[in-house]
Design a protein around this ligand. Structure first.
Ligand SMILES: [Zn+2]
Length: 120
């Protein structure tokens, strides 16, 4: 698939209360047309939970669930930014808001349109 090097990147919400680190080689980015991603205008990269570390801000995260209540959507209760969520179909993976990452080189990474709205 991807010939990109694995990068370790840090990310944060806007106010900086929530900080995290991921490892990924950015095989692809995804957008999603489900009811919540559409409203967030989310551009995401998927990482396994073993490649994700929450560095700070557990107490600043608020969780929002809807529909099947499998996916866990987190946002910062101070600044309201969505930094990541736990995915519904693959709950051991997280969707990361790539716009929260510092220094991500995303040039040439393919963007896939996921069809969340069509999921039952
Ligand atoms: Zn914040």
């Amino acid at each position: 698939m991807s010939a990109r090097p694995v990068q370790t990147l840090r990310g944060s919400c806007h106010c900086g209360a929530v900080r995290f680190e991921i490892e990924t080689d950015f095989p692809e980015l995804t957008t999603c047309d489900c009811s919540i991603c559409k409203r967030k205008n989310a551009l995401m990269v998927k990482v396994h939970e073993s490649k994700f570390r929450l560095l700070a801000g557990q107490e600043s995260l608020t969780e929002y669930q809807f529909h099947t209540k499998t996916a866990r959507h987190y946002f910062c209760k101070i600044c309201g930014i969505y930094p990541f969520h736990r995915k519904r179909v693959t709950p051991d993976n997280l969707g990361i808001n790539v716009n929260c990452l510092e220094g991500a080189d995303l040039a040439g990474v393919p963007v896939r349109q996921a069809v969340g709205a069509a999921m039952p």
